[in-house]
Design a protein around this ligand. Sequence first.
Ligand SMILES: C[S@@+](CC[C@H](N)C(=O)[O-])C[C@H]1O[C@@H](n2cnc3c(N)ncnc32)[C@H](O)[C@@H]1O
Length: 352
Amino acid sequence: MTLADSRERFARTLAAIRQHQQGHHGWGVLHRTLGELLASRYPALDRLLNAVWTARPHISDAHLITLIGAAVRQVVLNDQNMAGLFGSQVSPATRLGLLRELVGRREEDLTEALCGHSNSFTGARRFLVPQLIIGGFAMANQLSEVRFLDIGTGLGILPRQLNNRIVYDRFSRNLDWSPRAPGYRKIPLASRYGIDAPPLPDLDWVRTCHGPSPYYEERFEELVWSLRETEGMKEKVTLRELDMLDIPELARFIAEKEFNVITCSFVLFQYDMRIQDMVKNCILTNMASPGLFLVMNPSHGLLRQGCRVEGHLSGDPAVLHLADVSDAHFIGTVTRGADLRTVIGEEGDGGD
Ligand SMILES: C[S@@+](CC[C@H](N)C(=O)[O-])C[C@H]1O[C@@H](n2cnc3c(N)ncnc32)[C@H](O)[C@@H]1O
């Protein structure tokens, strides 16, 4: 694909993301202004995009759009003159001028951020669904131990949250299952690992990846609360820098640690389908058996609200539809998927 093709596809995705029904995420004004700057053929923006596509040919447009938001926000948080970019009192023309100025003056910093980082938005409530599915899977397969890996773990919050009843009870009040939830079960965790691409994201970067809105301030507060509440588990979770695109290293790591449950939440959608298949294949052929690989991705590549939960059994490429969540922040409703019972069995499905 030529750079011109990439540009055209990017513009289409940007226009589609602007139709996203979730109005409270705070990125809307930036997406609109970015669309205008793109249409104006501003050379610094074209150079920036070309640099990213050259350095990261497999990055998905949806990921790049969210990453541009985080990189711009990082500059704005440190430069009061740019605050109007996200302000509601500013005219569209002024906002366009501000974005043009920011991209022009900070092209080098933005290139560095977009080529060297990923969007690390982290959802403190996302573990609610893996908790029930992994618990059911372990019971159905009579696993005496679960050796657990979370890929694209960010700060490593999900491995810390599993089996924490205080965090589970607080967040599960705002998530209903339809027609009903599987039973809550303690997962027999023998080890907890998390990997993320170098450099591991820190709390500041994760904060930057949250939208500039009261809604996202609340989500960030929940994350900080969760980190505090699970502090005691920090030492039991091993975090490692590992780029999952380094397939031989990923294969070696998974086989060596004999992981039998692996999760990958809101990571794979950041890549094109060929890369997604390559990573999935590596995981399924190297994990222990019986094993479960649980994948959560935004519905329709971020173009619509919600999340799709899919599962794979070790060694089997078949995609199992486990659930759909109405909101990617896991507030609302989880609808059971047709294959949930295949993974958690009748036994794992029962109440506690
Ligand atoms: C949107 S965040 C999701 C964080 C968390 N899993 C969640 O669902 O809340 C995606 C994470 O995947 C990580 N990631 C992206 N590409 C990766 C790669 N090639 N190898 C490892 N981690 C990667 C990013 O650095 C980021 O922390």
